[in-house]
Design a protein around this ligand. Structure first.
Ligand code: ACO
Length: 401
């Protein structure tokens, strides 16, 4: 019989780091975070500057290529994206297998995974040109698929992408256009959505990006790898938090109920947490949350929306930031705390919030997938475990158990 306590003696050293709190899984040149100072850089550029001056498509180029594009480079990239916005005609049929009330993240994950079947003969992950084509296809088609998920859920016919529109306007058109009343696209709404996409475009080795890299490390094709990222993003501890925040604010309902919500969040016998608060890496303000908070007030004003949930959110933030429990644990609002209020003001239904996040994060996911394949000597991701199960024992035939 093997003595379990001796099992790990012959395997050399490995560390037990639950949740990978202090383990770097890779080197990367894409995004830098200083969680103590609240700093976020994409390819060296501060998120605040990109938010103020750039556009989502330019940021996608930056993440993929490492440099900001010159005008001709951007025009060419934008043209390529525009060329690939259509979803495969047969993919529309694929949607028909879903229940109309399925969660849009379920439909999105399945639709993106299905691209592995629609474009299966055209991707060699070893070929840089094929990798680039996959990136262009994913960034281009994600809004089309996302709008498809929304329209299917309300039983509206799909809209083809209008290629005379910019990336975000095109998406809003595919979402909301109805034949009887041509859509007046609001520049305020488009600007707000573009900004949210910039802020969500990448965030180094978060759960979904690490998932994309882990799947990618096996040599799986890019669509399968990104579909895995979408499923990881869905959870309420990650991207699903934006949907959970809005549900929580609705449940709290009025500013006078904020105090009892904070009390519940501190109670260790209650599983309730303040959604949109806390972060594994930021032990200071999430810089994206600061930008979004400012933007929320501005966008709601400009759109003439008076949402009582904003008052609840502001009160909740104030109460938490004054509370020792949150102060000691360095729990600050994260990117998801205010984003839902903006999505709601733009007319995007709650169940689509995480889909919005997925559209934006696709740029980061695929940039990481490409970086991984460009890095010489990359190995398959294969974490170890600490075995805590039974000692070796003999099989007992069924009749004798
Ligand atoms: N409300 C109340 N308490 C919290 C919260 C919260 N939102 N977040 C963390 N805590 C507490 C924990 O209970 C724990 O307390 P303890 O030390 O007394 O046991 C302590 O703070 C540390 O929390 P952990 O769960 O260990 O922190 P971790 O780094 O593992 O989790 C996470 C980070 C998942 C973001 C967590 O803060 C959380 O669940 N937040 C709410 C969900 C959310 O907003 N997620 C979005 C994150 S951003 C993104 O993915 C885009």
């Amino acid at each position: 019989c093997i003595d379990i306590s001796t099992l790990y003696k012959d395997t050399g050293h490995f560390t037990y780091d639950q949740g990978y709190g202090s383990t770097a899984s890779t080197k990367s040149a894409i995004t830098y975070i200083d969680g103590d100072k609240g700093v976020l850089l994409y390819r060296g550029y501060p998120i605040e500057q990109l938010a103020e001056h750039s556009s989502f498509l330019e940021v996608a180029y930056l993440l993929l290529n490492g440099e900001l594009p010159k005008k001709a480079e951007f025009d060419s990239f934008s043209n390529e994206i525009t060329h690939h916005t259509m979803m495969h005609e047969s993919q529309k049929e694929f949607f028909k297998g879903f229940h109309h009330d399925a969660h849009p993240m379920a439909m999105l994950a399945a639709s993106v995974a299905s691209m592995s079947a629609f474009y299966h003969d055209k991707i060699n992950v070893e070929d840089p040109a094929d990798r680039r084509l996959a990136a262009i296809r994913l960034i281009a088609k994600m809004p089309t698929l996302a709008a498809g998920c929304f329209r299917y859920s309300i039983d509206w016919p799909f809209r083809y992408p209008r290629n005379n529109l910019e990336y975000v306007d095109r998406f809003l058109h595919m979402m909301f256009e109805v034949p009887s009343e041509p859509l007046q696209l609001s520049p305020v709404a488009a600007k707000a959505l573009d900004l949210l996409f910039i802020l969500h475009a990448d965030h180094e080795q978060n759960a979904s990006t690490s998932t994309v890299r882990l799947v990618g490390s096996t040599g799986a094709n890019p669509y399968a790898s990104i579909a895995a990222g979408i499923t990881a993003l869905w959870g309420p501890a990650h991207g699903g938090a934006n949907e959970a925040v809005l549900k929580m604010l609705n449940e709290i309902g009025t500013p006078d109920k904020v105090e009892s919500a904070v009390l519940r969040a501190k109670d260790k016998n209650d599983s309730f947490r303040l959604m949109g608060f806390g972060h594994r890496v930021y032990k200071n303000f999430d810089p994206r949350a600061k930008i979004i908070r400012e933007m929320t007030h501005k966008v709601l004003n400009e759109l003439g929306v008076n949402d009582p949930l904003l008052e609840v959110a502001v009160k909740l933030e104030e109460a938490a930031l004054k509370d020792d429990y949150f102060v000691e644990r360095k729990l600050y609002p994260n990117v998801d705390f205010y984003s839902g209020i903006i999505y709601k003001a733009l007319g995007i239904p709650t169940e689509m919030f995480t889909v919005m996040f997925a559209i934006a994060r696709t740029a980061g996911w695929i940039a990481h997938w490409i970086e991984q394949h460009e890095t010489p000597g990359s190995r398959i991701g294969r974490p170890r475990q600490i075995y805590v199960g039974s000692d070796v024992r003999d099989y007992i035939p069924g009749a004798k158990r």
